[in-house]
Design a protein around this ligand. Sequence first.
Ligand SMILES: [Zn+2]
Length: 314
Amino acid sequence: MKYCVGVDVGGTSVKLGIFEDTGRLIMKWSIPTRKDDGSAHLFEDIAESINKKLADAKISKDEVTGVGMGVPGPVLPDGYVEVCVNLGLKDRFPARELSALMDGMPVKLSNDANIAALGEMWQGGGKGYDSICMVTLGTGVGGGIIHEGKIVNGTHGIAGEIGHMHVTDGEEEACNCGGHGCLEQYASATGIVRVAKRKLAEGNVKSGLRAFGGKFSAKDVCDLAKSGDEIALETLEYSMGKLGLVLSYVAMCSDPEVFVIGGGVSKAGEFISDIIMRHLNAYLNMIKKKEKNVVLAKLGNDAGIYGAAKMVLE
Ligand SMILES: [Zn+2]
């Protein structure tokens, strides 16, 4: 039996998992992300933690195909990270560093949204397909494209960053990326709340959202929409309409078999993925559509470690 290790580095914790090459997760755990001094000791912590768990599981290093790792920021094709704000990384080659700390074990690197996409293709909502686009609707909108089994990273490491596609002119608020009018500003959990507040301010239409006194979440919007609340429904039509439009652009560029929707907002289930699908399909006139081309993610927060591990099997 051969094994592989997946590492998903986040701003507060690092998730790790040991997998059989077949895709079976045999153990997972997490450690805190030590970010002091520009994450100077982060990769030492990760190497030490993996070595210890492999020893605990009585797995020798020559039984391990390699380690895959995801970081929250753009990764260049040669593994170079120019800057990763969340980790304070600057001018680094994280995979080389980790490999050197693990006696030369092969280490592959990509960004967190891309490994989540690969994970969902391998063992999650996209299982059985080899070309998918995954969208994570959380605080932001993450995106990853897998084409014929491989992550599309792009020249600058920004391929699949659909959250920052421009969808609205004249937006006054700025996006986290510095742009104005990015998809993320409307379709993320925070974006859904922003859109709902604007709709509430436009008039006096009765809505259950008014009872929250301005303090509601995307989940509240989804729950009320399910019960037929007019403003909540209009909000999701608008927000998920923008997403559907963007996905149709992705379809015209990379033509995936399915779109996989994950992240906190996807907990609203097929109610939300069906709204996205209806908008997407309204713009897709060149193909015969399958019954479901927008599906839900299945791996939750483990998608990253699955995809990271899968990277070394390519
Ligand atoms: Zn942006």
